[in-house]
Design a protein around this ligand. Structure first.
Ligand code: ZN
Length: 258
């Protein structure tokens, strides 16, 4: 079978780009997971629905709104005896007017790879590197979500140290947004999702305390599962990082422990 010419060219170009991206990310991967120094992560807010209320919400954001993520990182690093006191420093960057590229519906593997490159290009256009190759960039698309539409899935990419987060532009959601942001941040340093196809935390890897007796209800969520299990098949989203921990499975993936 011969592939259509267009498809061949597209795949060849993709592979060439991926090779370059691959070399850069290999360097970033080693560097950021040493935990010799604090990992800088910059938040870039985007108005995702064009609403004035969303603009107003973005305008009033400060570093302070994201500092609970840093405090949480310190707490969890201490629990795992990491030598570094402050593993990450999340700060607020400028807001971005351009929307990120749309992730195709029913994407196959090639579509997903192509989207990843478009996303990288978009990120580079809107937030030039300036030689800072080891900074994490977290793009937060804010929406009021007043029509009760569920938000799209956030995507954290280990390669390229970037994450795309969909969040609510509501004050009462700021603490919960930080759970999602911390989740995507840990993806960028190697952590893997720990929930099943139905969104339920997987046992034991997605549980904060998988050896607790009785097992249910759990009191905390594991960051890469995001939900607090109350009974088999039931769990609710953690309201803030106060009730979220990094369990040993995740700690190993992000190289905090061996
Ligand atoms: Zn995830």
């Amino acid at each position: 079978m011969t592939l259509p010419r267009f498809a061949t060219v597209r795949i060849t170009l993709l592979l060439a780009c991926l090779t370059i991206v691959g070399f850069t990310s290999a360097h970033q991967h080693v560097y950021t997971r040493n935990w010799n120094q604090t990992l800088n992560a910059v938040i870039y807010p985007i108005n995702g629905d064009g609403h004035l209320a969303t603009d107003a919400y973005i305008q009033q954001l400060t570093d302070e709104d994201f500092s609970p993520i840093n405090t949480w990182g310190e707490r969890e690093a201490r629990r795992h005896d990491l030598d570094l006191a402050r593993p990450f420093d999340v700060t607020l960057g400028q807001s971005i007017a351009q929307q990120p590229p749309h992730f195709p519906d029913n994407a196959n593997a090639v579509d997903a790879l192509a989207w990843g490159l478009r996303f990288r290009y978009w990120a580079w256009r809107n937030t030039p590197d300036e030689g800072e190759l080891t900074r994490v960039r977290l793009f937060i698309v804010y929406q009021t979500g007043e029509d009760n539409q569920p938000l799209k899935h956030s995507l954290g990419m280990q390669k390229g140290l970037m994450g795309l987060v969909y969040a609510y532009s509501l004050d009462r959601q700021t603490a919960q947004n930080n759970v999602v942001i911390a989740h995507e941040l840990l993806h960028t340093v190697g952590a893997i999702d720990k929930y099943d196809a139905y969104g339920s935390p997987m046992l034991p890897v997605g549980f904060a305390n998988p050896t607790r007796m009785p097992l249910y209800p759990q009191r905390n969520a594991e960051i890469m599962a995001g939900r607090i299990p109350t009974s088999p098949g039931n769990a609710y989203m953690a309201e803030s990082l106060r009730s979220v921990i990094v369990n040993p499975f995740t700690a190993r993936e992000i190289n905090w422990i061996q």
